[in-house]
Design a protein around this ligand. Structure first.
Ligand code: ADP
Ligand code: ADP
Length: 220
């Protein structure tokens, strides 16, 4: 059961003067955990952004959760149905509470307010933040903010979690907590987990590592 199928994918920036990805072939099975490693500037984040439908590729084929992302003009609908994003800089909104931040992916869906809040609360409990729900993110530690980001990523029941350096900028103890949380969710919910990481220790915890160099996937 292949959830991500990529064939001959090419992504350019700056009218083709930068080739961020070239000739990328990749298949990922539903429920797999995969780490993406490689030097800075090699194309890891670009690959994650293509899979998450944050940006369109220039050439090739990419289908994610049965959606052809080369054709599909409604990428925002695709993202809110299928993808949970966990980014290093959290993208938490400073003047909203933790509880409100977690509900963001549900805004504009047909889920009613009460249900949204219940779901957000349940997830905040699962990441042990029930005592911080009314705080603003600026009052939280790095690890706590990352846990908010994980709760938010899960609130729409995504089939895929995309995490860009989820343990970056955290102390080693907090890194462990965050990594364990992601891996537990992946196992328990059979969510496909894809993480970009610089940490060999983190990369090793995934079922499989993909090495990206100069915009291409290299055999590991
Ligand atoms: P990595 O995540 O491995 O550090 P990126 O995917 O961020 O690599 O970048 C791959 C290449 O594409 C780099 O040369 C980078 O400078 C370039 N790049 C990434 N995003 C953009 C963008 N929005 N505009 C122009 N160039 C970009
Ligand atoms: P970490 O080890 O994850 O970086 P910190 O030592 O930064 O954690 O934070 C420890 C505790 O202090 C956390 O419970 C956090 O909520 C609280 N805290 C951190 N920064 C602030 C702040 N600016 N205002 C209020 N509380 C804070």
């Amino acid at each position: 059961n292949t959830i991500i199928k990529i064939k001959n994918l090419k992504k350019e920036y700056e009218d083709g003067s930068i080739i961020a990805l070239n000739n990328v072939d990749l298949e990922i099975e539903r429920g797999e955990s995969v780490s993406i490693i490689g030097p800075s500037g090699s194309g890891k984040s670009t690959l994650l952004n293509m899979i998450g439908g944050l940006d369109k590729a220039n050439e090739g084929q990419i289908s994610v959760a049965g959606v052809n992302l080369m054709d599909n003009s409604d990428l925002s609908n695709f993202r809110s149905n299928e993808i949970g994003f966990v980014f290093q800089l959290h993208n938490l909104i400073p003047n909203l509470t933790v509880l409100e931040n977690v509900q963001i992916p549900l805004l504009g869906t047909d889920i009613d307010d009460k249900k949204m809040e219940e779901r957000a609360l349940k997830l905040l409990k699962s990441v042990n933040l029930e005592n911080k729900v009314d705080q603003k993110p600026t009052k939280l530690s790095g690890g706590e903010r990352q846990r908010v980001a994980i709760a938010r990523a899960l609130v729409n029941h995504p089939s895929i979690i995309l995490a860009d350096e989820p343990t970056g900028a955290l102390d080693s103890e907090t890194q462990e907590v965050i990594l364990k949380l992601l891996l537990d969710i992946h196992k328990k919910e059979n969510v496909t987990l894809i993480m970009v990481t610089h940490e060999p220790y983190v990369a090793k915890q995934a079922d499989r590592s993909i090495y990206v160099l100069d915009g291409k996937i290299k055999p590991t």
